[in-house]
Design a protein. Sequence first.
Length: 433
Amino acid sequence: MHSCAPIQKTFSRFVRNYVLLALVITLVIYTGVVNFYMLYGKWMVASFQLQTIAEQYDEMRAKDPTTPLPNGFNIQTFTDYDALPKLLRDSYKPNDIDPGELYYLNTDKYAAQKDPDNPVFLVFPHILANGTQILLLQTYHAGDEDSVYFSRLHKLALLSIPFALGVVAIFAYVLWLIGKRMTQPSENLQSWAKTLSTENLDQPVPDFGFTELNDVAKELHQSLVRVDKFVTREREFLRQASHELRTPVTIVSGNVELLDKTPLNEIQVRLAARIKRANRNMQQLIETLLWLGREATPNGIQEKIDYPAFVREAIVDLAYLTDGKNLTCEFSADDESGEIIASPAALMIVVSNLIRNAFEHTPKGQVTVRLEANRLIVENNLMTCAGDYVRDQGEGIGLHLVRRICERCNWHCDTTFLAAGGMRAIFTVSNHT
């Protein structure tokens, strides 16, 4: 079963998601508040309207006692509670209504006494200046929906829809601008960081609008400056070390060649051979370390190489490591092995180190080198007595260097410790013909 990789979050997406969430929450709250005030507001308007009519009547009556009770359109005024419609009197008793409060009754809920017009009653009790009570009754019928009043009211309600949509659009645009203003500096910082390189380190750090982002940019710039200075020092060191380290090795090689041409006794010959082997090991190690410190691949050229002949030559060059040991080396190559495309210097370092590691860690026994197409298998079998405890031979600097080179060249090298002692190394060259 394949596990899904986690989704990477960006700062801009994070901010925009939260801005969108804020917009949704705000719209939900706004819608709830608007709906509440639309439902509650119409009763407030009705109460205000009836109260205003009652107060105006009271003022006019104070001037002219013969002023008639306000009646008209869908409003009626009563001075006697018993004059109210029966459904109202059945729902509200005289003691249930208080002056100054609006009372509502929808007759549609009375199925048994249902009126075809489904009237809605609004009752507003009011105490006049002389202490008497009047009851203002506002009645809405199903047919009232076709009246001019309700027609204009409906149009007004319809006009509120585009107004509300316009408010929402403006609000969303403002939030989008805020989100853009917050995320744009971080996106600018990201773009600038991608283009930052050693070639433009001398250019000033841009201003990203926020102190925190400016601090991050400065730290990033200073870090790259330090790394560039370190790389420059390392490159200069490698250039100098390349000469300083090779010079003594070359001198030793030259003197050893002179010793080979000089008559020596048996002891001196053995000493000269040891010096020659040690110098060759040092020369190969120096070449490996210097190559790992370079950015480019050695020699920079891929060549066709006769792989079997190449491995056989490496075995012959390292045969001196088997001197004085009860050690044999067996080499075989199958029919599929032949030419490969690789860097000769890098391949020589890897192959030599694998064979050298097997020779050096095998006091007695057999080293088997097999070539199968582009795979090189190096295996050292230790010769032990029955019951002897065999320790893992471990990995020296040779195998460590091999792994480093394989990473650089996109090659593969796997090592396995054998149960009876020794190790099996399988080296695969990716580019082969």
